[in-house]
Design a protein around this ligand. Structure first.
Ligand code: UTP
Length: 326
């Protein structure tokens, strides 16, 4: 296994401490239009993935990486998010009275994940604007941003690898994933300096440019930006000056494009190319795939669910064969 794969997939114990990155920002104020009507009254981050809302996986990832100070950027419907991470005394008392220790532990875990703070994004003016709303809380330290609908499998250690790159190289760090060129219009897309693959397996690259959701014909590469960032605090000054871009939204990608081209203190952007397991729960089809993938690996449900799934697929295949028989 090559060096960055080891970094991204080995146990956190062998990784450097988080250094000065201590805070995580989770933007969760988007409209979630791809998932309507499910997201009309519920934030998409609260959709269940097997037995936990998507956002709980994200908060658990941040705390695993040592970031126990978590700021959520919320919008309308923020109550469900706040309630989920808050204590629920009546429920706890009822479970205690029944002696249901297992469920009690599960309920308590969701309110014991770290110090969770909230800030309101008054209007959904874009991801860049959501990050800017975190400026007062974050102050003058590098910080992580984790998108609340983008899950990284708990067995992969992308965020720790990104924090290590920030510690070694400074500036900002983004997560990249190779995608089919025809899908690149769904993502921010990076051009990278191929000579900068200096970590042995080429998984850490210097980013030379970024473009939000390009047409495949104009895309500088098939490297898509996924929802993990470690940002230099100077990004706030850049975001404050960034005009609305694609979709009339203030785009984080546009601010990072400025940093990619900058040699000023705090400037410069590196990418970590992630080859692990990622689940996009903001898209209906990818959400279904995420639920199935995580369900088959689930400690309690995996075995029964896998047997059922195999039977279901066999049944569908034989029905298809029967209907195809002349
Ligand atoms: P998306 O691009 O997925 O947009 O946002 P969206 O509005 O949430 O969802 P769709 O595309 O309409 O279905 C990426 C991330 O940025 C956050 C979202 O919550 C999501 O985590 N975001 C986006 C904000 O917090 N505020 C915004 O103004 C826009």
């Amino acid at each position: 296994m090559t060096s960055t794969q080891q970094l991204a997939q080995s146990k956190p114990a062998s990784l450097p401490v988080a250094g000065t990155v201590t805070k995580a920002v989770i933007p969760a104020a988007g409209m979630g239009t791809r998932f309507l009507p499910a997201t009309k009254a519920t934030p998409k981050e609260m959709l269940p993935v097997v037995d936990k809302p998507a956002i709980q996986y994200v908060v658990e990832e941040a705390t695993r990486a040592g970031l126990r100070d978590v700021l959520m950027v919320t919008g309308r419907n923020k109550a469900a998010l706040e309630d989920h991470f808050d204590r629920h005394w009546e429920l706890e008392k009822a479970l205690e009275a029944k002696g249901d220790e297992l469920r009690l532990a599960r309920v308590r875990k969701s309110s014991d994940l770290g110090n969770i703070h909230y800030v309101r994004q008054g209007e959904p003016l874009g991801l860049g604007h959501a990050v800017l709303c975190a400026a007062d809380h974050v102050g003058n330290n590098p910080f992580a941003v984790l998108l609340g609908d983008d899950l990284i499998d708990a067995r992969d250690h992308l965020l720790e690898a990104m924090i290590a790159v920030r510690t070694a190289k400074g500036g900002s760090v983004i997560a990249l994933m190779e995608v089919p060129l025809e899908s690149v219009h769904l993502y921010g897309c990076a051009s990278v300096d191929t000579d900068s693959r200096d970590d042995g397996d080429g998984s850490v690259v210097r980013v030379t440019g970024l473009v939000e959701k390009p047409d495949p014909a104009d895309a500088p590469s098939n490297l898509a930006v996924i929802g993990r960032y470690v940002l230099d605090p100077s990004i706030f000054e850049t975001l404050a000056k960034t005009p609305p871009g694609r979709g009339n939204e203030i785009q984080l990608t546009d601010a990072l494009q400025v940093h990619a081209a900058s040699s000023a203190p705090g400037g410069g952007v590196h990418g970590v190319i992630f080859r692990g397991r990622r689940y996009d729960t903001g898209d209906r089809l990818d959400y279904l795939k995420a639920v199935v993938r995580l369900a088959v690996d689930h400690r309690e449900l995996g075995s029964d669910f896998s047997s059922w799934l195999t039977g279901f697929v066999d049944e569908r295949n034989s029905a298809a064969l029967d209907s195809a028989t002349p």
